[in-house]
Design a protein around this ligand. Structure first.
Ligand code: ATP
Length: 138
């Protein structure tokens, strides 16, 4: 069985969309294996977004991601890594397909960083690495 790390980012938590995101995950048939709310610090976010260090949106991304609490979940299911990314929709909410979380609920705010409600791991290795960061005991 595959697992992935899902984050409801600070914009999703602030807009009270945590339940809506979890509802869509469960309605699809995936299981929530662990769930926590956390105000992420810089160290955790730098490790989480290591691949983006040096990019122009890196600092705004860390600022945004530390601007409020984040809900982190380990989600399990067959093909859940690709499956959750399909549920989430593409990075930019303006072009994300209707029916997806970002397409239905995401908004363009004209901020330096794309505030797109959720994160989902993009591969088996990154899922395991990210789960280790957010759930050190798992
Ligand atoms: P995530 O990893 O959060 O699921 P993703 O895989 O769609 O999203 P990545 O390319 O990994 O996107 O970028 C991580 C996050 O950084 C994005 O979700 C978005 O919040 C922000 N981001 C990415 N590219 C840009 C950009 N060009 N301008 C502003 N923000 C960006």
């Amino acid at each position: 069985l595959q697992r992935t790390l899902v984050l409801v980012k600070p914009d999703g938590v602030a807009r009270q969309l945590t339940g809506e995101v979890l509802r869509r995950i469960e309605a699809k048939g995936y299981s929530i294996a662990a769930l926590t709310m956390r105000h992420a610090d810089r160290d955790l976010l730098t490790a989480h977004y290591a691949e983006h260090e040096g990019k122009p949106f890196f600092e705004p991304l860390l600022e945004f991601m530390s601007s409020g609490p984040v809900v982190a979940a380990i989600v399990e299911g067959h093909g859940v890594i690709e499956g959750f990314r399909t549920l989430a929709g593409t990075t930019n909410p303006t072009s994300a397909a209707p029916g997806s979380i970002r397409g239905d609920l995401g908004r363009e705010w004209g901020t330096a960083v794309v505030q797109n409600l959720v994160h989902g791991s993009d591969a088996v290795e990154s899922a395991e690495r990210e789960i280790g960061l957010w759930f050190p005991q798992q």
